[in-house]
Structure formats: C-alpha cells, structure tokens
Design a protein around this ligand. Structure first.
Ligand SMILES: *[C@@H]1O[C@H](CO)[C@@H](O)[C@H](O)[C@H]1NC(C)=O
Ligand SMILES: *[C@@H]1O[C@H](CO)[C@@H](O)[C@H](O)[C@H]1NC(C)=O
Ligand SMILES: *[C@@H]1O[C@H](CO)[C@@H](O)[C@H](O)[C@H]1NC(C)=O
Length: 455
C-alpha cells in the first residue's frame, strides 16, 4: 500500500512538467480579416490538429488535439500575459468529441465514448483509473469518424443523457434511410442516476442508443438553444450543422451546378423527454434522397430545372422513382433545414451566445444574445474556395428569421491561397468572459474573438 502511494507522488511532478507557455501577440500563420469592431488574438500555435473544445467550470479550455490527446489551456497574467498548455491525456485515438461535467470528462474515439475522471484543480486525469467506456461499438468506418458529443441536462441542470453523432458509411449512403442502421444519425444514451464520478462496469453498446434523428448526412456539430426561446419548458431545442455530399453521379447535374449545390445545412430537432427518458419517434432529415438548393442559377444554361426554385428549396437526387422532388418537398416525408449554408463550406460546430454576468467591454455585444455562431472548415477541391471562417447567424426568439443572412466575424484573408496555411475553424466555445474561442486544425492554432476596445 505504502509503495503505491510513493509511486503516485513521484508521478505527479512528471505530469506537471508537461506544460508550455505562449505569450500573447503571436501572429496568425496566414492573414485573417475580422469583422469591424472585433479583434482576433492567437492563444496558441503549433498544436496537433486541434478539433473539439470545451470549457471546464474553472474556465480552463480543454482541447482535443487529434492524433495526440487532450490538452488544457489556462490564462496566465504574470510574469507575462499569455496561455499555459498542460497535457491532460495522451491518447492518439481521440478524434473530436469533448464534454465536461464536473469530474466526468467525456471524449470520443472512432469506435467508443470514453469517460475519464478529471481533476479540475490540476487539469489532469486520475492516473490510477483507466477511462471507463460509456458507449462501445460505434461505427468507425466511412469518410468521417469524429463522433461529436453533446450532454443533455434536465431542468435542474443535471446531466441526463449523452448525444452522439455518426456519419455515413459512404458519400451517398442508402443505409441512412433506415433509422436502425446507425448511419447519418444522432443517438441518445440516457445516463442512469448514479454517484459521480461516473464509473460503471457495463458500457452501452451503440445499438442500444435511442434514435433522435436520422437522414442527417454528417451531423458534425450540435448544441441546445436554451435562452430566448418561445418553446415550452422541457422541450429540447437542438440545432445541428450538417455537411452535404458530392452529388457527382446524379444525372442532369453538372460540375458548374455542383460547385454551388447542394447547400450545407442548419437543422432543428425538437423533442420532449418522457418520465422514463423515452423520446418521440425520430424524424427523417432527407439524406440520401433529398437535398437543399443553394444557388438555383449556378449553371443557368446547363442545369435549368431548378431555375424557378429558391435558395433553401428541397430537391431530389432521384435515387428512386418514388422519392422525387415532390416527395422531398412534402414535410411529412422530409424535414427541411431551417437555414441553408453556402455549398462546400463544411460547417463543423455551432454555439449560441448568452451574455453573462462577467461581460466586459471586450465581450461580444449584448445585442448578439441568442444568436448562433458557426465554424466553417472550408471547401476542398472547388474552383473557388469558400468557408474558412466563423459566421454569425442572427436568431430572434430562438428561431432563424426566414431568408436571414449570416455574416463572417472572421475569415481567411485570401481564399485563393486556401487551404494552404489558412485558418480552418473546427471547435467553438464561449467563455464566461463573453468571448468566442476557436480551434483551427490545419493551421494548428487556437484563437479568441473579442470586441475591439476603442482607444
Ligand atoms: C511554430 O513552429 C514553427 C516551425 O517550427 C516556428 O517557426 C514558429 O516560431 C513556431 N511558432 C510559435 C508561436 O511558437
Ligand atoms: C474597458 O474595461 C476595462 C476594465 O474594466 C477598463 O479599465 C477600460 O478603461 C475600459 N475601456 C474602455 C475603452 O471603456
Ligand atoms: C491571393 O493569393 C493569390 C495566390 O497566391 C495571389 O496571386 C493574389 O495576388 C492574392 N491576392 C491578394 C489580394 O493578396
């Protein structure tokens, strides 16, 4: 017993030593344009593909460095102002998902959801406990295996479920028509009432998850809208960003049309949780049959059949005769997005801004309260690169006004050089300070957007 204690004491300094510091004032790898009245500062450079990010209750920013593990970033003011990076977990299998609830740190790999016991005071995990597998057997194949996570809380704030995203098995995946296929879907895993930290010898199998929605091609990011909503207390109002496919083999469409279609999407899922954690039957969100028009006139001469439709209209990929344009436009068959995003911009995360008690003159303005912010990873292989930034989507009373325009708060300055060293935003998180923190995987950067202080 005594021997073990000595070993543990010796292990602590080794962990603490894996900290590095970066002073404020380092530049971006490639130039950015920031919206008027805002300012962007690099927090840390040269990271290993930073993806999902989340704040713990002490305002340490936890980051999935994909291919490395989890790191924590803590603001330091002396001897010089900057950020300290501490290694929390070395696990190269972790891909993107990260959520923290007290001592429970939820992370995702290609095939499982793991829970580490997290010590907020030292930003470290308990080295004596291996992580607990909360869900095993996730499908790890297909073009994406990032498995975004979102915790669901009840009206008292207690975490009651974990939502898990799964993408398609191939670009156009017929399996996604079946809610039980486990592809292009969000599944919900209720957490049994038990003591924290959460250690349970029996993991869920992925097949046991409740289907929240299906036909969402690649639900890369999702979050609940809590404030400013007009919905009944207890109704969950989840907003999801979804990445469209390449429709290269669909008859009647050509490269010029497909360079601006189909749109990427903002989807809304509303549900109410019953007393035994039961949820309503899931709805179908269109994939692989129904898609969204971004620009109906992208090829006015070559593809004329959508000229009479508007941005946001549903159209069919004509994979089966029954699921034609009329079928796709019938709300009973297919839930259309609440907002289309420009084709190929690859939205990866969404967060709502809520002004907090700690707001200062560099926080986002209170008039942005309730608005959504979405990261655009950016297009690849398109003649004109698009995305490579973060946009603000105005919301009014928990809804996007019809045909609302979104606008960039930050974007790579010269899109023709992208991807190159351009920012490729992935994870978003608002701090208690009312500033927006962003990870950028390709450029290996973590940065913060804040209001510019007038001088
Ligand atoms: C990142 O790494 C590059 C190449 O090693 C180096 O030139 C640069 O100074 C580093 N940036 C920072 C902020 O440490
Ligand atoms: C912003 O807030 C800080 C801290 O509260 C204060 O010192 C500073 O004068 C303010 N600046 C402006 C331009 O209001
Ligand atoms: C953008 O980058 C391209 C390719 O490097 C270059 O030719 C062009 O001059 C740049 N445009 C601006 C405005 O800097």
């Amino acid at each position: 017993m005594k021997l073990i204690a000595i070993v543990l004491v010796l292990a602590v300094p080794a962990r603490a030593a894996t900290s590095t510091f970066q002073a404020l004032g380092k530049g971006f790898k490639a130039p950015v344009v920031v919206a008027q009245g805002f300012d962007a500062q690099v927090i840390f450079s040269n990271l290993t593909a930073p993806r999902g990010i989340a704040f713990d209750a002490n305002q340490n920013l936890l980051v999935v460095e994909r291919g490395f593990g989890i790191t924590a970033f803590t603001r330091v003011s002396s001897p010089s102002a900057g950020w300290r990076r501490t290694v929390v977990i070395e696990n190269p299998k972790l891909t993107q998902g990260i959520q923290v609830d007290g001592r429970n740190l939820y992370v995702s790999s290609g095939d499982s959801i793991l829970v580490y016991e997290y010590d907020i005071a030292t930003t470290s995990v308990d080295a004596t406990h291996p992580p607990y597998t909360f869900v095993g057997g996730l499908p790890a194949n297909g073009p994406v295996n990032t498995h975004t996570l979102q915790l669901e809380t009840d009206l008292t704030g207690r975490t009651v479920a974990v939502l898990v995203a799964v993408g398609p098995s191939v670009n156009i995946d017929p399996l996604a028509r079946d809610p039980n296929s486990g592809r292009s879907t969000i599944r919900r895993f209720p957490i049994p009432l038990r003591e924290a930290p959460l250690y349970d010898p029996v993991p869920f199998d992925f097949s046991e998850g409740q289907v929240l929605a299906y036909g969402l091609r690649n639900p890369t990011g999702f979050t609940f809208h809590s404030g400013w909503n007009t919905f009944t207390a207890g109704t969950k109002n989840l907003f999801v960003v979804d990445n469209g496919p390449e429709l290269d083999n669909v008859p009647g469409l050509d490269a010029a049309f497909l360079s601006e279609n189909p749109a990427d999407e903002l989807q809304q899922i509303q549900y109410t949780v019953g007393p035994d954690s039961e949820i309503p039957s899931p709805q179908f969100y269109g994939f692989p049959d129904c898609f969204t028009i971004w620009n109906p006139a992208a090829d006015e001469l070559g593809v004329r059949q959508y000229l009479g439709t508007k941005k946001g209209a549903q159209f069919s990929a004509q994979l089966t005769p029954e699921r034609d344009d009329a079928w796709c436009r019938n709300k009973k068959n297919n839930v259309a997005p609440v907002l289309p995003f420009q084709a190929h911009t690859s939205p990866l995360d969404i967060k709502f801004f809520t002004p907090s008690l700690f707001n200062s003159n560099s926080s986002f303005p209170a008039t942005y309260g309730g608005d959504a912010f979405v990261s655009f990873h950016g297009s690849l292989g398109q003649p004109l690169p698009s995305g490579y930034g973060v946009v603000r989507v105005p919301f009014i009373h928990g809804l996007t006004p019809p045909n609302v325009d979104y606008s960039f708060v930050i974007q790579a300055m010269n899109l023709t050089t992208c991807p190159g060293d351009c920012i490729r935003p992935v994870g978003l998180a608002f701090g208690e300070d009312g500033k927006l923190y962003v990870s950028s995987d390709n450029s290996g950067e973590l940065f913060v957007l804040q209001r510019k202080i007038a001088t």
